[in-house]
Design a binder for this molecule. Structure first.
Ligand SMILES: C[S@@+](CC[C@H](N)C(=O)[O-])C[C@H]1O[C@@H](n2cnc3c(N)ncnc32)[C@H](O)[C@@H]1O
Length: 267
């Protein structure tokens, strides 16, 4: 795939993650939807494959690249992995560390970027990178760093947004730009940074990672129903917490908007 230019990267608002205070675990915040609306789908998918691959997480090491406030890292830790999260945002790391402490979870959180992971080669049994690949400055470097820190035979689990006409309409126009329905801050996502499944597969192959599967996920409501939910939120009749209770992703064969997948590092 073509490299993301500086002009395109300048448009994405990754500063959102540096906001002060807890922007992740308050039920009425937009990022909490990662827990209520995205986690059930992606965690279920990853857990199923971890089981099918015969991986017993006890005593195994896992890294989450772009761990934010720890919404996914905590689930990885609960599966039994010795878990590390890494993120460039200090305020998010602060929230993640506090939340893990109050949840009684032993997670190590480090400061850094996916482009330059501060870990030795072959350090982790599994690496997760979810809802992050479409945010990074240098995607090929991030994939090569993930491949480097994975042990041979280790598994890379990911999810991201696809770059299609439908994802532009739904994830950019409806979710972000058209005020009638929008529930995300403008420029949280930039469509040009979305990644086609074929592009990920090319990068995986170039980094000695054997691609195994892609699986789509789509909103659990028809488009008219989803628009109704989002309209209630935009009008102030519903909070983000209400939205999170009613609206979420479910696995499907449709990869037009969102997809998950995994790959195994060759021995
Ligand atoms: C949508 S959040 C996802 C957080 C977490 N993975 C989850 O799903 O709950 C995107 C995260 O990517 C982080 N991020 C942005 N650029 C990054 C980079 N180059 N390397 C690693 N993380 C990055 C942000 O700081 C933010 O925490």
């Amino acid at each position: 795939m073509e490299k993301i230019t500086q002009t395109i990267y300048d448009r994405i608002d990754n500063e959102v993650y540096n906001s002060e205070g807890d922007i992740w675990w308050r039920p009425d915040s937009v990022l909490h939807l990662l827990k209520t609306s995205v986690n059930p789908c992606r965690v279920g998918y990853f857990q199923r494959h971890i089981q099918q691959l015969g991986i017993n997480p006890q005593g195994k090491t896992a890294l989450e690249v772009g761990s934010g406030g720890g919404i996914l890292s905590e689930e990885i830790c609960r599966m039994g992995f010795k878990t590390t999260g890494i993120d460039p945002s200090e305020p998010s790391l602060h929230t993640a560390r506090n939340h893990a402490r109050t949840s009684g979870l032993d997670i190590r959180y480090d400061h850094g970027t996916g482009e330059q992971l501060p870990y030795a080669d072959a350090s982790f049994d599994c690496v997760f990178c979810c809802d992050v690949l479409e945010h990074v400055r240098d995607l090929p470097k991030v994939i090569s760093e993930i491949a480097r820190v994975l042990k041979p035979g280790g598994v890379f689990f990911y999810d991201t947004l696809n770059r299609t006409f439908i994802s532009k309409l739904v994830a950019i126009k409806i979710w972000q730009e058209w005020k009638r329905w929008a529930f995300m801050p403008p420029n949280l996502h930039v469509w040009e940074m979305f990644i086609k499944p074929s592009e990920i597969r090319e990068l995986l192959a170039a980094n000695n990672l054997e691609w195994r599967e892609h699986r789509g996920a789509e909103p659990n409501a028809s488009i008219p129903k989803m628009l109704g939910f989002l309209r209630k939120r935009a009008r102030g009749e519903w909070t983000y917490a209400d939205l999170g209770q009613n609206f979420g992703l479910v696995e499907s064969g449709d990869m037009n908007i969102f997809y998950m997948g995994f790959a195994i590092k060759n021995m």
